[in-house]
Design a protein around this ligand. Structure first.
Ligand SMILES: [Zn+2]
Length: 431
């Protein structure tokens, strides 16, 4: 299993200049490779392979200006852009994505045409080292002189994962004007303990982000999208304000605008990461071994995308949430099985009879008269479908347990904050 450590890099003034020089050389090589590939592509020839590009660029001045472990990685990066381009093209032809992908471009500012410093990739830990305090990498020969062979930079942050180090990327964030180091480490798969099989299922949605049903648990857990969407809308508003300000000034973009976009995306991601972690924690507590996770096709068919359809243009958000849940479960040693939902929200989970939907969030069974929360019913149906059980399970719907995002963590109504819980139990013992 691969994980990525991310730490901030704190170069001093002089080191910043060196990083910019190396970054610019990476962009020069990247663009040269991209030019070669694009020419081949537009002439209708096959795009050269990574190996062919390596031997072709061996004597190229842009390649020779970099240590080979960086140069090769830049070529690989450029070639990989074509791999993803062709993969997306195949998906587009199959009708899986709505728009055709764009042909890989250059690392340059489209307005000014100037080369952009984006990142410095380093192939293997042979030519870099990263520990809790510093990152160091081999310098190009012409930059060595007084400073020695290596560039040693201070870092700030925690190395969360330990394992076999793989590639390193020094990335420049132009919005924050900061450098970050992303290190990939290979961590051995967690050993799954042999435990009795226990299943759980998740239904994803726009109003209830996650509806979780656990085998043998009478009540389902619902994670409300309300606060998350409210926050998202607030920042969307801020973006609109900045955009109209720019319009009046006759400008298209600003650093502030890019910053707002970044903030909005990060705040959404924060909520989703915390949600995925909470789900994994709950599953672990209930000793769940397999999770049935709804495939995203269901959401696309559902016409409801939450208040003001805020997430309709942000389908990527659901993909991100799904991926995060999958990753959190993988870390916890829980198997994830994707499920193609088939009419999971139209039948009663107890008797299998079609349900009526008087309002969006309610499902009323016409046969047994049960009143469901629609998403809880859907999650339970996915659970039944996944464990290939018949309807008429133990389930009698209890009121589902609702969780909401308080911008720090996901809290349920019945679980008071840690402090009050202690106070309450304290007073009980006193009494
Ligand atoms: Zn029923």
């Amino acid at each position: 299993m691969k994980h990525t450590n991310v730490v901030r890099v704190l170069p001093d003034k002089q080191q910043k200049q060196i990083l910019e020089i190396i970054g610019d050389r990476c962009a020069a090589l990247y663009n040269a490779v991209q030019y070669r590939c694009r020419q081949a592509f537009f002439r209708g020839e096959p795009v050269p392979s990574y190996a062919a590009l390596c031997s072709e660029f061996e004597e190229h001045p842009a390649y020779k200006a970099l240590p080979s472990d960086i140069g090769q990685e830049v070529i690989k990066k450029a070639r990989k852009a074509w791999d993803s381009y062709f993969a997306c093209l195949r998906l587009y032809r199959k009708g899986d994505i709505p728009r055709p992908p764009r042909v890989p471009g250059y690392w340059k500012d489209r307005r000014t045409g100037k080369r952009l410093v984006r990142l410095i990739p380093v192939k293997s830990p042979r030519s870099y080292s990263l520990d809790a305090r510093t990152v160091s990498l081999t310098l190009p020969t012409d930059l060595r002189e007084k400073r020695g062979d290596r560039l040693v930079l201070r870092t700030k942050g925690l190395l969360r994962f330990h394992g076999r180090p793989k590639t390193l990327e020094l990335k420049y964030d132009p919005v924050r004007k900061r450098w970050y180091a992303h290190q990939v480490v290979e961590v051995p798969e967690p050993v799954r303990k042999v435990r009795p099989e226990k299943h759980a299922a998740i239904d994803l949605g726009a109003r209830v982000l996650v509806a979780l049903a656990i085998e043998g648990l009478g009540r389902q857990l619902l994670f409300s999208a309300r606060e998350v969407i409210k926050d998202f809308l607030y920042w969307t508003n801020q973006i609109a304000k900045e955009q109209s300000r720019l319009n009046r000034a006759g400008r298209k973009t600003s650093r502030k605008l890019r910053r707002l976009y970044q903030l909005r995306a990060r705040r959404l991601r924060h909520a989703f990461v915390a949600l995925a972690a909470e789900v994994a924690r709950i599953l672990k507590r209930h000793r769940v071994t397999t999770l049935f996770l709804e495939d995203l096709t269901g959401i696309r068919e559902d016409t409801d995308f939450g208040p003001k359809n805020v997430l309709v243009h942000n389908f990527w958000a659901f993909r991100m949430l799904r991926n995060l849940i999958e990753a959190a479960c993988a870390r916890a040693g829980i198997k994830v099985v994707p499920m193609e939902p088939r009419g999971t929200s139209s039948r009663c989970a107890v008797c299998g009879h079609p349900v009526r939907r008087p309002v969006r969030h309610k499902a009323v069974c016409e046969k047994c008269g049960r009143v469901w929360h629609a998403d809880a019913n859907a999650a339970l149906n996915i659970l039944l479908q996944g464990s290939s059980k018949e309807h008429g399970a133990e389930a009698t719907p209890q009121k589902p347990l609702a969780y909401r995002w308080d911008r720090h963590r996901w809290v349920s109504r019945f679980k008071p904050a840690a402090g009050t819980l202690k106070a309450a139990s304290g007073s009980r013992t006193a009494a």
